[in-house]
Write a protein that binds this ligand. Sequence first.
Ligand code: NIG
Ligand code: FE
Length: 417
Amino acid sequence: MIIKNIECLVTCAGSHKKIKEKMKDAKIIENGYVVIENDIIKEVGKGETYLKKIKDNDIVIDAKGKTVTPGLIDSHTHVVYGGSRERELPLKLNNMSYIDILESGGGILSTVRDTKDASFEKLYEESKKRLDVMLLHGTTSIESKSGYGLDFETEMKMLEVNKKLNAIHPINVFSTYLGAHAIPEEYKDDREEYINFMIKKVIPYVKENNLAEFIDCFCEKGVYSVEEARRILSAGKEKGFKVKIHADEVESIGGAELAGELKATSAEHLVAASREGIKALADNEVVAVLLPTTSFYLMLNKFASAREMIDSGVPIALATDCNPGSSPTESMQQVMTFACFGMKLFPQEIINAMTINAACAVNKQKEIGSIEVGKKADIAIFNSKNLNYLIYHFGVNSIDKVIKNGKIVVQDGKIMN
Ligand code: NIG
Ligand code: FE
């Protein structure tokens, strides 16, 4: 396959975390081309200098007037869940906070009930539909967390759904165990017992059965304290999981500092991260996964301090947080809008944060995240004449085609079979 005459080829070249000024350089080639053989990128260049001789049965895509980027990587999602939470909308409009809703048995805990009630098949089918929407919007890889089961059986059901989605759907699914997403209702008066249950029973089981690569914990006032998060995540790290952490989403309690201390792969949310926390992330090269649609949707009137983080040398990634409560969207293009207009990130920073830095947040930077020779041919083609235009024209799906593993999987607004 060859994609030629690409008006704006955004390669995001590099297999490392981009920081500071490097985030502002997405290695754009004007009038570029990409040659793909099987599922791998073979050539990248400018003009018509390709070495490949085009044969009759080669697929030739003319990308005049288009912007081509690496397939988008959504490095923080809770896409596997039962039910929905539109009933919380009027509560929020009546100024009830996210944590108040959770403490009154709603929020995450209501999704836990719906996820327990859903059969494996139903959970799989509903989640698959959301992955289809992601693909239609240009996403080719995601991270997906458990955490709406909490009990053993339902957590394993969620992780098995991740596994089946990864096997069957064009999108790659990287799995995270997030048993520490809330304190289950049945352990309300004995949180210690639930923590011990995760450490002694669930974490070893998930590892032995290879059901997740990452471990995560919702470290937040009213949920898991820094001490509890340290215990849970350290236990996971000892078993060989890579560490992620929901840190300082609503209040600053030292979650970012803990991410630095544990040398986490990523720290996520960080809306309220302290100055010391930001320094700890930079010093330990922890990727900050920022979720601007969540800030918007929780009506926090505040976004993570992305500019300060970039100036401090923290590598930034951007993700949807796709979940039924705080960010019911599958669209990374929606995230582009809020990253630009809410966090004042530049288009080249945004695209680096959704590709190469996002690959680093899921530890897959050697295989995906940029358009470079040797990498997987995961590519998004947008109906936009340049990268600025893609972000300037908002609220629509700008995808023309999506290529996954060297095959066209989306065309004319449809998933190809
Ligand atoms: O990332 N913060 C914790 N977890 C999710 C929300 C989950 C939910 O509300 O259902 C988040 O925002
Ligand atoms: Fe989350």
